[in-house]
Ligand binder design. Sequence first.
Ligand code: ATP
Ligand code: MG
Length: 203
Amino acid sequence: GPGDGPSPGKRRLGVMGGTFDPIHHGHLVAASEVAAQFQLDEVVFVPTGQPWQKSHRAVSAAEDRYLMTVVATVENPQFSVSRIDIDRGGPTYTVDTLRDLRALNPDADLFFITGADALAQILTWRDSEELFSLAHFIGVTRPGHTLTDAGLPKGGVSLVEVPALAISSTDCRARVAKGDPVWYLVPDGVVRYIDKRHLYRGE
Ligand code: ATP
Ligand code: MG
């Protein structure tokens, strides 16, 4: 905005959606790398809403996932966290996330950052044609998943190689359940938050 110095063109806003149960360094490195390569002004992390359907496992409370995301990002001036998907309630559809963020940030171009696994599902997402008109999509590499542009619309998606971090939330939860450390897989504050709230112990 005014006073922030010259900003030719529109503000460039990255959007990183995820369950973040818990957030880990794979998420943070991916966001940081895309921010640098795409000259993003900010990356907003958007924890998903609470799924109301019974799935194969119980997702941690939205408030815990939100707070871990805040703890993990609070020191980076380029990173922020949005409650929009949590406050909307119900399961999250990316098209709703992007519609809401567009309305809240009419001055910005949106860049949706997603891992190779999620990108592969993209054409099966709800309102997939509209998605590409709301944001530019950036698929990031993820160990164990191949990045491919097969079937993706030309121009709407960029593929980015990020430093490979073979970290997943699933593995972090399993480690905590077994009593194995998650130090250096997730930020220190997240280790302490998991411990304080006794998350993932009973899995
Ligand atoms: P889970 O194991 O519970 O599925 P996750 O580690 O995949 O958790 P999510 O919250 O599902 O984490 O991921 C949010 C986004 O971050 C997705 O687009 C996912 O592909 C991406 N992502 C997750 N881990 C990595 C990683 N290590 N490197 C790059 N991208 C990642
Ligand atoms: Mg996942």
